[in-house]
Design a protein around this ligand. Structure first.
Ligand code: ZN
Ligand code: ZN
Length: 346
């Protein structure tokens, strides 16, 4: 990066300014992208209800939109790999916003303006001015002083001239860089060191993703590797994760919180060992780390959703809602309103 120039040249000020600008251009562009990634992520979190809170809020938003879209494909992806599902969801949302929402362009333009706005303070000597100029640049643009090695500042006699030239060169640079942000399609995703989506994923997905060993509901604790048991406020009918009665094609529709207060048993693995739901913690490591409290406050949402996806669940898992796994009549009476209303309790 080190460059040498000869300042004896009468156009030395112009040369310094030109070379500085040439070196600055990619750095300014990078700085604009770095700041804009943060600003875009912030704006999305502020303006979108889904992204305003934490992962649980995002999940609630997803469940609400699922009730409307009834896309089983989305649902089953979410059940089997929720983390990946949400990461994709965030990535798609950001891509869509950056592709269509013109207001994001202004973020880039404003950041470009801010990066190039340097105070031109009156200083006695060119090197003092250039020194403080570069210090500011270093702060703003991760600009390395190394770039300036080789310039003999003492030979730039006309300081005012350099300053004026530098100002003009920076104006020229602004004009030069403006087209980079002339339309949403000119935003180059590959220039983000960390994309807005990656920032949002860090903010929203860095939490506990351990799933209930019965119904696959995601632990709602916000800290990854947290102390204490995993827990979630509402479990689901276990058929959602494919639970069924062994050696039959019958789904189990029992809900974890009801199961642990029942006298029923389950097979925790492929062996013949039966464990009482009441003593589920004895079933093995992945059961022992969960706190599932006996409770009958089941979420109407899940009962309603199982009814909506009855056929899809049957053909996905190849089990049937029949006999012991018959969907109760009361579930079928639940309305979409009941379902959505119950989500508000989460
Ligand atoms: Zn559960
Ligand atoms: Zn957890």
């Amino acid at each position: 990066i080190i460059f040498k120039i000869h300042c004896k040249d009468t156009t030395s000020a112009v040369a310094v300014a030109d070379i500085l600008c040439m070196k600055l251009k990619p750095r300014i562009l990078q700085a604009v992208y770095n700041q804009s990634a943060v600003d875009v992520a912030d704006t999305i979190r502020r303006n979108s209800e889904a992204f305003r809170g934490n992962k649980s809020n995002l999940e609630k938003h997803f469940l609400k939109s699922l009730a409307k879209s009834k896309k089983f494909e989305d649902f089953i992806k979410y059940v089997h790999d929720p983390r990946k599902y949400f990461e994709n969801f965030i990535t798609e949302h950001v891509k869509n916003q950056l592709g269509t929402n013109q207001s994001f362009l202004q973020i880039f333009k404003n950041n470009l303006k801010a990066k190039l706005a340097l105070k031109n303070r009156k200083e006695d000597k060119a090197n003092v001015w250039l020194d403080s100029f570069c210090k500011k640049l270093a702060d703003k643009l991760e600009f390395s002083m190394k770039v300036l090695k080789g310039i003999n500042l003492g030979e730039i006699f006309n300081f005012d001239n350099l300053k004026e030239t530098m100002k003009r060169a920076l104006d020229g640079l602004t004009e030069d860089l403006n087209p980079e942000f002339s339309s949403l399609s000119s935003i180059q995703m590959e220039l983000f060191r960390e994309t807005p989506a990656e920032i949002l994923i860090k903010q929203l997905c860095d939490c506990c993703w351990v799933r209930c060993p019965f119904c696959a509901a995601i632990c709602s604790r916000t800290i990854r590797n947290h102390d204490g048991d995993h827990s979630v406020s509402f479990h689901r009918p276990t058929a959602v994760s494919g639970f069924h009665y062994r050696n039959t094609d019958v789904f189990s529709i029992i809900i974890c919180t009801t199961a642990v207060s029942s006298s029923e048993s389950f097979y925790p693995d492929s062996s013949d060992r039966l464990v009482k739901y009441k003593k589920y913690r004895e079933a093995g490591e992945r059961f022992a780390c969960w706190s599932i409290t006996p409770d009958t406050s089941e979420l109407p949402y899940w009962k309603w959703l199982v009814c909506q996806f009855k056929n899809e669940l049957e053909s996905h898992y190849k089990y049937k809602f029949k006999k012991r796994g018959e969907i109760p009549a009361a579930w079928k009476e639940l309305t979409e309103e009941d379902a959505l209303g119950s989500l508000e309790k989460i």
